[in-house]
Write a new protein. Structure first.
Length: 575
């Protein structure tokens, strides 16, 4: 994502400032809504420690709110004062009360007095900031060390405290930050060969790790012209582990790149032979280094990221997905690795979902795609546009759960022009995506001549807007109550009853008072639905309407009204 302040010649984005144009005015409500999303994410981080998928979903929601505000009104420059936030473009103080208290408290606890967020912000940078802020402060840690930790992962678009002087420092010498082993290597046991104690009369030099280039005195050295004999697989696994340990302690960039290439080659061979544990161990080490684990320099982290992407592909990616489905700590670790390969993992997970007997049933594969966030959008768009109805419905269901506005045009198009099952699925997804465009698409579907489409739109509108949908639903009921669209009318009445708004009582009571002239079965079906809806509406007028129907309505309607009154009396008299 480019920065509109820096790259003014780029394409104009929604809510971004055009060349030479001022930023749109920012209001207190705009800032408060963004701060509440950040506070909500921090509260979720504090309560779901270790749950990567839930934390990622929270950070993605916060990132969407922050990035939209920054693109619309420019960088967000927050200054923390005593129990308040201040911005240079707002004259009012924003008191850190209610939901904002946790945000102010956690930032202050880490001595963060100013926080500036600009359009370069990435979701990984925001996720890292939230993770660092929510943990207890380390004794002796200051904002600079906090930023050092953040920059090891991703600090794009974030400035802390020293806003007048950008926090850019020369790269530290490798010797000053010696690498240390990662957890993924130290948890592996290596069998060692016992050796006799050294003889003091015959001292020998200290053993050193052999370099990874072939030497004539090594047992596996061969002339280039001679064919190389493959190592036995157990021996190869042991040597792979030795290379991983050597990689952990390597500080030279060229040696690191050479070792990483050898590790990927050996791990791939072991993976093809079914020794997936050794291959997975190599994945974990490279993935850890790719995000700056073990004190890796930037060039080494990039090398590790490239080699990890090479290793976590094809059948090895499938094995990683299998591991992520395990419901324990190892599954969470594998899911973290999948998030680093989300662009390649999402299509593979989608294909596996599509192959299930019931792909629409919620499950861990659904959660893996939703956790991937924006990276899932291209795969879902391809699925929505597929001619395979099952594939399209699966993509539509996931699009609703993802709630990404980038999918809105495809959902609106599918709701108008697609097979009936896909139209209904698209309407259900639209009710989960915010925005005026989704409301307009649902309104168009409500006027459909197909009962199934109109019923799905009725339920979706009610789920999206709640009691605000009552006037529109009453208009639909009035327009079709004297027609032959019995199913639609009953569905509208049922939704009105579940919404529980008293504005529906006069219309429903009037239906019970009218007498059918034609289509008696249609009218009785609508009256039965009206009795059921009025029986659950908690108003005196609704109860009186049911009582009148119990005395004066036609036979089936009268019996239903008496039954509802009896059930309500039993409920009221229950202890």
């Amino acid at each position: 994502m480019g920065n509109p302040e820096i790259d003014a010649a780029g394409p104009v984005r929604p809510f971004s400032a055009r060349r030479g144009a001022p930023w749109p005015a920012r209001s207190v409500a705009d800032v408060v809504s963004v701060l509440l999303e950040l506070a909500r994410a921090l509260r979720g981080f504090a309560t779901c420690e270790g749950a990567l998928t839930r934390r990622r979903a929270l950070s993605e929601r916060a990132f969407q709110a922050v990035s939209t505000e920054v693109l619309r009104s420019g960088p967000l420059d927050l200054t923390l004062r005593h129990r308040a936030f201040m911005l240079p473009d707002l004259p009012e103080r924003i008191e850190a009360r209610g939901g904002l208290a946790i945000l102010h408290e956690l930032l202050s606890r880490h001595a963060i007095e100013r926080l500036r967020i600009d359009a370069r912000l990435s979701i990984d940078a925001l996720h890292g900031l939230l993770e660092l802020v929510v943990r207890p402060p380390v004794p002796g840690e200051d904002v600079r060390s906090l930023l050092d930790t953040l920059e090891a992962r991703d600090a794009r678009g974030l400035l802390l405290n020293d806003l007048d002087q950008p926090l850019t420092r020369p790269p530290r010498a490798l010797g000053s930050t010696p690498p240390h082993p990662s957890v993924s290597v130290t948890t592996v046991r290596v069998e060692t060969v016992s050796t006799p104690p050294p003889d003091p009369s015959n001292p020998s030099p200290k053993p050193t790790v052999a370099p990874c280039v072939a030497r004539p005195d090594r047992a596996d050295a061969r002339p280039e012209s001679a064919p190389r004999t493959p190592l036995p697989l157990p021996s190869l696994g042991e040597r792979l582990h030795a290379r991983l340990v050597e990689l952990e302690h390597t500080t030279d960039d060229e040696a690191y790149a050479r070792l990483a290439g050898e590790i990927v080659s050996w791990a791939s061979q072991l993976g093809r032979e079914g020794l997936s544990e050794d291959c997975y161990r190599a994945m974990r080490v490279l993935a850890d280094h790719a995000v700056g684990g073990g004190g890796r320099a930037e060039l080494q982290a990039r090398t590790a990221a490239r080699r990890f992407a090479e290793l976590a592909s094809d059948e090895r990616l499938e094995d990683l997905i299998d591991r992520a489905l395990v419901s324990d700590e190892s599954g969470v670790q594998a899911a973290q690795l999948l998030l680093q390969r989300r662009d390649a993992a999402v299509p593979a997970i989608f294909e596996r979902l599509h192959a299930l007997p019931d792909p629409l049933a919620p499950g861990p594969l659904h959660a893996l795609i939703i956790t991937s966030g924006e990276a899932a959008v291209p795969a879902l768009l391809r699925g929505i546009q597929s001619r395979d109805e099952t594939r399209s419905r699966l993509a539509l269901r996931l699009a609703g759960e993802l709630q990404n506005p980038a999918l809105l045009p495809a959902l609106a198009q599918t709701a108008r022009h697609a097979p009936l099952a896909c139209q209904i699925e698209a309407i259900r997804a639209l009710c989960l995506i915010p925005g005026e465009a989704s409301r307009q698409a649902l309104s168009d579907a409500l006027s459909s001549q197909l009962d199934q489409i109109a019923i799905a739109a009725t339920q979706a509108i009610a789920a999206k807007t709640g009691i605000d949908a009552v006037p529109a639903l009453l208009d639909v009921l009035e327009a079709h109550v004297r027609s032959t669209r019995t199913q639609l009318c009953r569905a509208v009445i049922d939704v009105l009853g579940r919404l529980g708004d008293e504005r529906a009582v006069p219309r429903l009571a009037a239906i019970l008072e009218r007498r059918p002239v034609l289509r008696r079965a249609h009218w009785h079906a609508i009256q039965l639905a009206a009795v059921d809806a009025l029986a659950v509406l908690p108003t005196r007028e609704a109860r009186r309407a049911v009582e009148r129907a119990a005395s004066h309505a036609a036979g089936p309607v009268r019996d239903r009204a008496r039954q509802r009154l009896s059930l309500r009396a039993d409920a009221d008299g229950a202890p």
